[in-house]
Design a protein around this ligand. Sequence first.
Ligand code: MD3
Ligand code: FE
Length: 216
Amino acid sequence: MTGDLFESENEQPWAESRGEGVVVLRRFARADAPRLLDDIQKIASQAGFRIMITPGGHQMSAAMTCAGDWGWVTDRKGYRYQHEDPQTGAPWPAIPERFSQLAGRAAEEAGFSGFQPDACLINRYEPGAKMGLHQDRDERDFSWPIVSVSLGLPIVFQMGGPKRSDKPERILLEHGDVVVWGGPARLNYHGVLTLKKGNHALTGPYRYNLTFRKAG
Ligand code: MD3
Ligand code: FE
């Protein structure tokens, strides 16, 4: 008898394999989550969340900011990684040690040792926000995986294949879930469905997603 008020708060993480190159580490980031969220707020106080514009002139639906040597941006000129926040001209905030440690441990679990991300994209979803099917291919070296960390409200993730027309599989991503996408899955199409309204104890109306990349 542990006397825990919420059993779900201290369940042990477990791994699920979702085909070659995809490892879902359920709850892997849950114990760290309060501190990760503090770190996100600190980053956002230096490089605020903003809605970016696609090259086609449409607004993205999630608000974004970045940390690391490289930050991902989109505007009328295109998608790219750059060293400076276009909003301030200052370098992006550093990736907090806690973030790098988590990303490295997750990659290791999935068989990628020595993963040292130089870019962390932070997405913030509010109810109604989504992300259409796309590939992440602005990075230089696709032999490194992408590690994603979900915090706050749950969302339905769509995992497609290497072709846009491949029928996507749906995976519910919940608070603390970490996914490592590497090898043959690295260039798979993916996206998330519309975030539903909710109130999470740690994030209120939001879902945050961290993606760790080796961009440069
Ligand atoms: C599969 N973010 O930032 S994370 C993105 O929930 C992005 O915010 C989504 O797609 C989000 O680019 C999904 C899961 C994810 C991230 C990168 C991948 C899945 C991936 C790269 C290749 C294959
Ligand atoms: Fe993506």
